[in-house]
Design a binder for this molecule. Structure first.
Ligand code: BJ8
Length: 424
């Protein structure tokens, strides 16, 4: 822990005692879950470094950006069009909300029977333990689920919050509403930054974000190989880091990692035996440092080859069309691309069922694990339809409902073992 960091955290109003406890706990967990893995690609060294310095260099970069008069915009959901933020010379940061540590703090205010992701994110602000939140000038929320949208009202008492309205249906009317929200968001960001968004800036931003999506697609495609050249845990970490690391650096690092992983595929080299059960995880997103389910599966002999979630394919599968010449055309392309995110907040959301079946086939999985954060009603209810869709295709499914605590790890291990036994 450098003096520089401590001074920065103090200036940001961080509760240093709590923060120390959090960082001191993260080290041994990371050692146990990540560094103990065998035969990892060398390119993961960069991502280990980023996690090892999770509240250091990147926060310094954001602070420098802010001190120079620019803005930092924090988000919680892949529905927030980050192209618009980049185009105004602001930096978007996808906030993590994947630790149990901040949950009891949030429960001082929020009801206990709220999903862990919501509680964890709120607890970070309430407990003043996240320097990314503290650095940001605006938090952008969304109306995706009831718990989140009501939490954002309370969060707004602590920090400026703007809520973008995501429709619940995909009708023509909803698409118009969404386009108007995207246009309104552009105005919000222009007012925040004082910078007008031009066609040129928006085009550059679109290309940047698309490029990051392409590199993540590249890594994802490499996981189709048998044997699998990279663990699910490592691939998950790469996506988690991509939410807050500098986009250009991230693209370079992911591409370097992909070059190495590609050579492994050519050499037929894997991190798990070729006959290890291949698993697709589908459901709620897993924010850093939520590695629980991947760790359980991969220490039970299975390998996670794909995530149908907002930390996986939903985040990078689709690109924004780069053909638009005017700002209006570009905003239209952005709105269209984002409406293709098949989140369970939509009704109906049959496209997600199609995605799961398609991905299960493309990645040649032996089974699907439906991951549901406890108290998340949208994904819990949709799991019924996922089950039916997979049953029709003869693809085995295990439904898991859990939170961020370690209390149910033993029970989950038993269920995972039984599932793997069945599909082997
Ligand atoms: S687009 S999945 S990132 S909303 S798990 S907070 S839904 S109660 S996270 Fe999500 Fe955007 Fe959708 Fe993706 Fe609510 Fe459910 Fe909690 Fe959730």
């Amino acid at each position: 822990m450098t003096t520089d960091n401590v001074q920065m955290w103090t200036e940001l109003g961080i509760d240093l005692e709590r923060h120390d406890t959090l960082l001191n706990a993260l080290g041994p967990i990371y050692q146990d879950i990540y560094l103990s893995q065998k035969n990892r690609p060398e390119g993961m060294g960069f991502f280990d470094f980023v996690v090892g310095d999770i509240h250091g260099i990147r926060v310094h970069e954001l602070r420098k950006h802010a001190i120079e008069g620019n803005k930092v915009v924090a988000t919680y959901c892949v529905f927030v069009p980050e192209e618009i933020v980049w185009a105004a010379d602001a930096i978007p940061v996808g906030l993590c909300a994947g630790t149990q540590f901040s949950v009891p703090i949030a429960e001082e205010v929020l009801p206990r029977n709220t999903c862990a992701l919501i509680k964890s994110s709120f607890g970070f602000k309430l407990g003043r333990i996240c320097p990314y939140v503290q650095t940001s000038h605006l938090i952008v929320g969304e109306t995706t689920c009831d718990g989140k949208k009501k939490m954002f009202e309370i969060l707004g008492e602590y920090q400026p919050v703007y809520v973008i309205e995501v429709p619940n249906k995909k009708t023509d009317f909803s698409r118009k509403l969404w386009l108007s929200e995207v246009i309104a968001f552009k105005g919000v960001i222009e007012r925040l930054t004082g910078n007008g968004i031009t066609a040129d800036k928006l085009s550059q931003a679109t290309k940047l974000v698309n490029e990051r999506r392409r590199t993540l697609q590249r890594l994802s495609n490499l996981r189709k190989a048998r044997p699998v050249p990279i663990s699910g845990k490592d691939a998950l970490l790469v996506t988690q880091v991509s939410f807050y690391d500098d986009a250009t650096r991230c693209i370079q690092q992911v591409n370097a990692l992909c070059d190495e992983v590609e050579s492994r595929v050519t050499a037929g080299e894997g991190v798990f035996p070729a006959d290890a059960p291949r698993i697709l995880i589908s459901g709620s997103p897993m924010a850093i440092p939520n590695w629980k389910l991947h760790h359980i599966l991969e220490t039970a002999g299975a390998v996670v080859v794909c995530e149908e979630s907002c930390i996986g394919t939903r985040n990078f599968s689709d690109l924004v069309s780069e053909n638009g010449g005017t700002v209006e055309e570009q905003l239209g392309a952005i709105a269209e691309r984002y409406m293709n995110i098949h989140c369970a907040c939509f009704t109906p959301n049959d496209e997600r069922l199609d995605d799961i079946v398609r991905l299960a086939k493309e990645y040649q999985v032996d089974g699907v694990v439906h991951y549901n954060l406890q108290f998340c009603h949208t994904y819990a209810n949709e799991a019924v339809k996922v089950e039916r869709a997979l049953e029709k295709e003869g693809i085995p499914l295990l439904r898991i409902e859990t939170d961020y605590s370690d209390e149910d790890v033993g029970q989950l291990r038993t269920r995972v073992d039984a599932f793997l036994e069945m599909i082997r």
